[in-house]
Ligand binder design. Structure first.
Ligand code: COA
Length: 349
């Protein structure tokens, strides 16, 4: 059975840099608070119009495709992970298929928030291993800046998130010394509401509380965007940060060890761990728990914030561009996020 190998990798970071100091214009926060609690110094925001999750994803994809030495016409499947799609539906995969003028290939969107990219990679890996596809484009992209609460009410979340995109091209290899060794996916829906954006969503039934024929036009107008929904900030992400932190520092090390143990490795064997960039303090906790050296963990949250589904491919791409990953190196990708979902992937570069 062939293994999957990353044949090309790319990223797209929007030009507009937003410092912690910039955020103090909108909310009661400080550079000191943000750096101390999260490690973040700055993040990037996409253009307000014209630059979307799909266009950023397509830009990262172009780079990954070029570096793989192929063309968009060679791609035979797209897996796109995001929690901030251009449209509620359709997904972003088809928009990339259109923008890059690809063939009428399959396009799948993955909704697994911060674990989205590792989940997407795992899905793509199955198609490669079965021999169904030969060039799969896997993208993680987010435009968080479009929908954050920039008032003081939303400060515990808004300061954390940033925009960006990363992408890889996955191909089969028969080389036993390279490729994706295993992926590990988990979820626990008991904490689904701890980190969630509730609306628009069918749980509230605020749009169609009863058959439309029972309402007059004015009532239907009210239901479309209820004031209660906006007053409770349910159209923005909601998060119980301390609970997320507590569970993340338990699940991250567990899923990394699971990947290493399944393949007969120890943490010391890792060339580099690319953790989802949730919070620098979480990464430092994981590093300490697994007794990894500073050069064994890659962090770039300081400059990008948490870019959710894009954070792992952006960090992987940057680490590779800096020469920190060479052929044959043992690399672990790991993520944890809303759901809760968490995942890891172990690969030989
Ligand atoms: N600036 C200044 N003060 C802020 C603030 C901000 N941006 N955000 C929250 N605060 C305040 C709170 O209002 C609270 O004030 P109070 O004590 O007067 O009530 C105080 O800081 C402490 O809040 P708390 O939420 O307990 O802080 P914390 O130390 O847990 O840090 C997070 C908050 C969000 C940074 C931290 O919980 C975290 O990183 N959690 C994990 C989040 C995460 O990784 N999410 C993504 C998952 S993939």
């Amino acid at each position: 059975m062939p293994r999957s190998v990353i044949a090309g990798i790319g990223k797209y970071i929007p030009k507009n840099t937003v410092t912690n100091q910039d955020l103090t214009k909108y909310m009661d926060t400080s550079d000191e608070w943000i750096q101390e609690r999260t490690g973040i110094q700055e993040r990037h925001y996409a253009e307000r119009t014209g630059e979307t999750t799909a266009t950023m994803g397509a830009a990262a994809a172009r780079e990954a495709i070029d570096r793989a030495g192929i063309t968009p016409q060679d791609i035979d499947f797209i897996v796109f992970a995001t929690l901030s799609p251009d449209y509620y539906f359709p997904g972003c995969g088809v928009l990339v298929q259109r923008e890059l003028k690809m063939k009428e290939i399959g396009a799948l969107d993955i909704r697994n928030q911060c674990s989205g990219f590792v989940y997407a990679l795992s899905v793509a890996d199955q198609f490669i291993k079965t021999g169904m596809y030969k060039n799969i484009l896997v993208i993680g992209s987010e435009k968080h800046s479009f929908g954050l609460d920039f008032s003081t009410r939303g400060r515990n979340i808004s300061v954390i998130f940033g925009d960006g995109a990363g992408a890889i091209v996955l191909q089969p290899t028969e080389d036993d010394n390279r490729g994706l060794l295993s992926t590990h996916l988990h979820s626990d829906g008991n904490n689904a509401e701890i980190l969630a954006m509730f609306n628009p969503g069918t749980h509230a039934n605020h749009w169609t509380a009863a058959p439309l024929a029972d309402f007059n036009d004015a009532e239907i107008g009210d239901m479309f965007m209820s004031h209660a929904m906006i007053d409770k900030a349910q159209n923005f992400p909601n998060m119980d940060g301390p609970t997320v932190f507590k569970i993340a520092v338990e699940k991250f090390p567990a899923v990394i060890l699971e990947a290493l143990e399944q393949n007969g490795y120890q943490p010391a064997d890792l060339k580099i761990l690319i953790p989802h960039q949730a919070n620098l303090r979480i990464s430092q906790f994981v590093q300490k728990k697994l007794r990894l050296g500073d050069d064994q963990v890659y962090n770039n949250i300081q400059h990008y914030g948490n870019t959710t589904a894009a954070s792992v491919p952006i960090a992987l791409c940057e680490a590779w561009e800096k020469g920190k990953i060479q052929e044959g190196d043992l690399v672990c990708l790991a993520a944890f996020g809303s759901g809760f979902t968490w995942a890891s992937a172990l690969l030989k570069w």
